[in-house]
Design a protein around this ligand. Structure first.
Ligand code: FAD
Ligand code: UDP
Length: 372
């Protein structure tokens, strides 16, 4: 007799939302993670009274009232609004691309003149239908912004020339002809007060959690513990890379404690030059308006992924999406194994999207297996 209704592999947001939905129905979940903590990439490490975003800046944003109410039912969110800066050759620019940025670059404050300037640059580049990230970026903001703020940053982040990258990556960012430095268009935005761990602790309350357990090292044993399995790790690793290896980007985080109270005056500064080896510097206290006498910063260095490194970003180009679809077809044949999350779905999901996907999936799972 299996001890649990569901074994959840991965204590990140996808696993947490699933565990919460099942626990509410009186079902028993065992949640395992190969890391020594819960929360997946949202995990925060409290040091000197500062919640350090251990796997890079995590800013929650959503347009969905239901998702916002859901996360706020576990922990109140603060009023943080992401307004990062970009530095290029010592000069600072506002992000996302908006009238402040265009003024800083061209000295133009009239939105009509800015639109005309961008239009001229699109025509000069001869782009009619953007076919890749480079053409998409130029079509949105013109060649100058592309060269100063996008090209270097994107090529080091993804390790490929912009003309070999899919255009959807750059469409994540808003372009505005107003003086508005809010990085997101969404109605709701903030950081959990006391850090993201409060959110995942709430989601996982009522489930049994075992850390430092790698499912793939002992899958027969773990499968024997539960009637069903939800796997949220990389899908190609689940199938032992038998059809080929999916491409990911990895990161290296370099953290520093400084004996000063304010290093850069903002939570995120992007370094857009190709020659600077890191992409961003985070100053964690600013996510929570911290007043500690010291500060902690993290430099984020992009890395090519290889087995053994953390796969942070899926590279959703045509080749990799086609390979993912083959793995997906295998996954659909599985009887008692469910797949989901940023790694198993191989999708560049933000947190609100992971929560929405996990809620829908959990509902279907309950209907199918428990008629609820
Ligand atoms: P994960 O958080 O990756 O959790 C999966 C878990 O599975 C991990 O803990 C892993 O250890 C575990 N696991 C994997 N394989 C095994 C195994 N074999 N056995 C046991 N455990 C295993 N989203 C936003 O909305 N806003 C942001 O500002 C934002 N910034 C981001 C910045 C960075 C640098 C990154 C990488 C992501 C960012 N995201 C952001 C995205 C966000 O992190 C994800 O949407 C979300 O955390 C994904 O949740 P998940 O549960 O699918 O995956
Ligand atoms: N980007 C850029 N310059 C910047 C910030 C972002 O060119 O200063 C591009 C880059 O290609 C990046 C993409 O926009 O991968 C998406 O940026 P976002 O901040 O959403 O990335 P994430 O936080 O997911 O790493």
């Amino acid at each position: 007799m299996a001890q649990y209704d569901l074994l959840i592999v991965g204590a990140g947001l996808y696993g947490g939302v699933f565990a919460h939905a099942l626990h509410q129905q009186g079902l028993r979940c065992l949640v395992i993670d190969k890391r020594g903590h819960i929360g997946g990439n949202t995990y925060c490490d409290r040091k000197e009274g500062i919640d350090v975003h251990a796997y890079g800046a995590h800013i929650f944003h959503t347009n969905d009232q239901g998702i916002w109410d859901f996360v706020n039912s576990f922990v109140p969110f603060n009023r943080f609004t992401n307004s990062p800066l970009a530095v290029h050759k010592g000069k600072y620019y506002n992000l996302p691309f908006n009238m402040n940025t265009f003024y800083q670059l061209w000295g133009l404050s009239d939105p009509q003149q800015v639109k005309e300037k961008i239009q001229q640059q699109i025509q000069q580049a001869g782009i009619t239908q953007p076919r890749n990230l480079e053409e998409q970026a130029i079509s949105l903001v013109g060649k100058d912004v592309y060269e100063v703020l996008i090209k270097g940053y994107t090529e080091k982040q993804w390790g490929r020339p912009c003309h070999e990258l899919p255009s959807f990556i750059i469409r994540r960012l808003p372009v505005r002809f107003t003086f508005d430095n809010n990085y997101f268009d969404d109605r709701y935005q903030g950081i959990p007060e006391g850090g993201y761990n409060k959110l995942t602790e709430g989601l996982l309350a009522g489930s049994v959690i075992e850390l430092n357990k790698d499912y793939l090292q002992n899958r027969d044993y773990f499968n024997g513990l539960a009637k069903h399995v939800l796997y949220t790790g990389p899908i190609d690793a689940f199938y032992n890379y038998q059809l080929g290896t999916l491409a990911y980007r990895s990161l290296r985080f370099e953290e520093e404690l400084l004996p000063i109270d304010n290093y850069q005056g903002v939570a995120v500064v992007n370094y857009t030059e190709r020659e600077v080896p890191f992409t961003r510097i985070l100053e964690h206290k600013h996510f929570a308006f911290g007043r500690q006498p010291v500060t902690i910063i993290t430099r984020e260095y992009p890395l090519s992924w290889e087995k053994g490194l953390e796969p942070y970003y899926p590279v959703n180009d045509e080749v990799n999406n086609a390979l993912y679809n083959k793995y997906k077809a295998l996954a659909e044949q599985e009887k008692n194994i469910e797949f989901g999350g940023r790694l198993a779905d191989y999708k560049y999901y933000d947190m609100h999207q992971v929560i929405a996907a996990a809620q829908v999936h959990a509902r279907k799972f309950l209907q199918k297996n428990y008629q609820r």
